[in-house]
Structure formats: structure tokens, C-alpha cells
Write a protein that binds this ligand. Sequence first.
Ligand SMILES: C[S@@+](CC[C@H](N)C(=O)[O-])C[C@H]1O[C@@H](n2cnc3c(N)ncnc32)[C@H](O)[C@@H]1O
Length: 399
Amino acid sequence: MNIKLRISKYDHEGRGVSRNNNKVVFVPGAIEGELVDANIIEDKKNFSIAKINKILEPSSLRCIPKCPYFDVCGGCTFQHIDLTNEEIIKEESVKDIIKKYAKLDINPIFISSKEFYYRNKIELKIDNYNWGYYNTSSHDLISINECLIAKESINKIISNKDLFKIEKGSITIRSNYNDEIIIKIETPNNYKIDIDSLSKENKIIGIIVNNKLIYGEDNFIERVGGYLFKVNINSFFQINLDILDRIFKIIGGKNLGNIVDLYCGVGTLGIATKKNKLYGIEIIPEAIKDAIFNAKINKQHNNLYMLADSSKIKEIDEHIDTIIVDPPRSGLNKTTLNNIIYIKPDNIIYMSCNPITLARDLNVIKDNYSIESFYILNMFPRTKHIESLVFLKRSKNDR
Ligand SMILES: C[S@@+](CC[C@H](N)C(=O)[O-])C[C@H]1O[C@@H](n2cnc3c(N)ncnc32)[C@H](O)[C@@H]1O
């Protein structure tokens, strides 16, 4: 059944929000103020999701998406408005979330990035030899020839997909500062890759299929902000180097004393700080090996790394001035959060890719700490995702 919906605001994922029969309706691709003709495609107890059939009263902010797959691909959220308006929506959304869940008013500094060709890693699904992303509202594959938010060197691999005979599975393509490429493929079937032709046109460093190295190396060197980082195919690395460079400039300012870099990955954030001594904690074995190597190549001899769960921070038997945390989307688990508060560092630097769990954790941390600065980083332009970087100082009455 067709319904008419007036869009009153956005939700935290950048979807338009309306009401139908007193129930909240989320409308992907709709802009505040618009009147749309839509169909309910998902009806839950407390909310529905609607798909636009026709925009009856378009917003003056509406623009033509650059990507031909935007209407169907689940990857991007914001190509129907320009970057400036995307940033306004994201800033308001983070402010609202922090207000709602942490009961704090923030005055953030917004850091922009170029809108296209920034991603240094993408994962595509493979079905019937086609490569692509899933449809926004189903598990149907949208076959693509290009992804506008991925680096050109990654798009060159996509344009060479005929050199890969893979029926089903997934492919992860990573590219570093020098446009070198490592590829990871998962497939249940027999496969064939014309590596000779692929290497003639691309700087292929390594290919891993079903966790087995079949060509070259399983890692490459990334370079950003004057630092070098060895990155294994299984290790996390920030996906937008321009934004990472900005982060390094922000956190590299003053000496942070004795640091714990919790969820340290390959050592990225901690290595870019001025400090006396550093303890890094990370749960992925390949990443911790990379971190140990990276401390050496960056000539940092006071860094110690531990393969452990973040909650083990309590076992560090030394005075800690600063704790950096950069957890996955789930945020800090209860034990880790309690342990951080027990240690009472002067500074907490919280980097987060999920404002909702960040707000939940700030709601606890704020009892003993106040926010010194709050950065919103547009690490993932055109998508719904957003990164925050928060500097917290221990309150005077808690010292
Ligand atoms: C968002 S990444 C940040 C990595 C690093 N700080 C950086 O800037 O590249 C989160 C990291 O936390 C690690 N991790 C996830 N759960 C963990 C846990 N329970 N304990 C320790 N590390 C964990 C992941 O493997 C990943 O490397």
C-alpha cells in the first residue's frame, strides 16, 4: 500500500524519519522536509522501514548521486546530498546521541575528508563470478564495476576481475600509501587467478586464499604522518589515511607520560604520541606481532606489547598517566571500563567508531572526568559511519 510521508528529521544512520499511524517510519534516502510517496517494506512492533516510490516535494538540498549503484547498494547513505550537508547531519547526530545517552552538551570540532576515493580496504561478495555489495534491503548481490569511495588502485583490481575465476565467496582488497595491493579471498570452490597478468598491471604484494598464502607476502608497509607500519592482512588499520594523518597531528602534540594503548592494533595511535613509556594491549596475534615490529622500525624502544584481552589492563604494575582506548563498535566492556576508572589515569583519550556506545561509556566516565575536546572525524564520507576522538581530563576533586 502506498503512503505519503513528510520527513521531520534524520535518525543516527542518516535515514529520514516520519510517522504513520503514530508509528515511527525510517525512510532511507529521504531528506528533512520532503514529502514522499513510499511503501512499508518492513513492519516491526515499534517502527517500520519504508522505501521511496516517488519524491512528491523534493528538498532543494537534493542532488544527483555520482554512484550509479547508490539507490540499491547498501554501502553509502549520503550521495543524495552534498558533503557539507552530510557533515551537518553527522555533527547534529553525534551531538544528539551524546546529549541523549551521556547527558552532556558538547561543542565539537569537525574534521572533513575528501568525499571519494579514500578507502584503503574494501570487502566484496562474490556470486556467480560477479563482485559486489548486498542490496540495501536484501542479500541480493549488486554487481559493481567500480566503488567510488575506494582508492583508484582498488578500483583497478575490480576492473581486472576477469583475471579471477571465482564462483562464490568474498574478496578483501587492501591498498597502501604506495598503491601496493594485498588480496584475501574466501571461497568454497575451485578457483583460478591469472597472477602474471594481474601483476603486470598492479603492484601485487600478496594473495591469500582460504587463509593460505598463494603469492608474495601476507603484509605490506603503510606510511602515514612520517611513521611506518607493517600491516598483516588480518590486522586492523584505519581506512582513511588523510584522517589518520590529522589524528596523528592532534594526539602527537604534548607528552602524555606513561601510556596504555588499549585495543592497539598494529600500534598505530600509541606510536604517534610523545610519551615516556607505552604498554599496548591487543587481542589479534598478527596485529601484536606487527605492533612489536612497528615500534622497532619507528625507533621506539620503550614500548611493550601484550597479546591479551583489554580487561587485563589492571595487571600493568606501573603508574599510568594516559589511557588511549579505541575499541570495536561494541565499545568498552564493563570490566575494562571499571579497570580504567580504578587505575585513575590523568588523561583518557577515547577514539570511537560508534557514538552510541561512546555515549554509554562517557555516561560512566563523566563522574570522574571532564571533556577537554571532542573531535568528530568524517573518516567514512558518504556512508552513515562516523568517528569521534574525545580527550578527557580527570576532575580536580578526584585527585
Ligand atoms: C578499532 S580497532 C583500533 C586499532 C588501533 N587502535 C588503530 O588505530 O589502528 C580495534 C582493535 O581492538 C582489537 N580488539 C577487539 N576486541 C578486543 C579485546 N577484547 N581486547 C583487546 N583488543 C581487542 C581489534 O583486534 C582491533 O585491532
